[in-house]
Design a protein around this ligand. Sequence first.
Ligand code: CU
Length: 172
Amino acid sequence: MGVKWVVVANRDRTTFPSAEHPAAGRKRIMLSMFALISLILVSGSIYGQDDLIFTKAWVRDTPPGAPNGAAYFEITNRGQLADRLVGVASDAAERAEMHTHLHQDGMMQMRQVEVIEIPAGGQARFEPGGNHVMLINLRQVLKQGDTITLQLKLDKAGTVQIDLPVQREAPE
Ligand SMILES: [Cu+2]
């Protein structure tokens, strides 16, 4: 009986916070979490912003008085894990939304989407005729030669800010 009690107590001490030493157990768990986080940092980020490459970013120029604008870019995911674009914002407009184009009854329609998936080893494209970021109620005229910024909120990578040159046509 006495021997059995000692074995159980030992197991408590090595793996779980025991009733006698709850704080010691918590400390051990925190230490192992810290070790895990350190390992992730040291191993060159298992997942990080470095895994996402932003290219072909641009925003179309607008005539004076135009209420809305459209922004385009590509995200390439070099990482091992999928990520999701879950929000967009820009100082250039009151509001920004992710839109997709749908062909419906012979008409091209825009529809807001809440989430765009960026598969591991894959891409998410925002381009004319497809997905785009709609800049709603512009605060400024978008003039060729200017640059605006876009904040992209990603599920795993966090918030990323990209610069978009104002252009008439898509970059090659
Ligand atoms: Cu739109």
